[in-house]
Write a protein that binds this ligand. Sequence first.
Ligand SMILES: [Zn+2]
Length: 67
Amino acid sequence: MDKRLLEILVCPICKGPLQREGGGFGQGPLELVCRNDRLAYPVRDGIPIMLPEEARALSSGDPLLAR
Ligand SMILES: [Zn+2]
């Protein structure tokens, strides 16, 4: 597997794994979710934006965190 791909799929804050969410038909935009930090990193033009200041904060009750 591409080593760089692994790097971008790790949370820059806690170094934990990220979960891909959305991006499909009828779903929200593709995001990479860190459950530890409750942050959703955006993916723009296919490029994950792994910056905490760009991430969307999720509430504790967000359905993205319940899976
Ligand atoms: Zn994290």
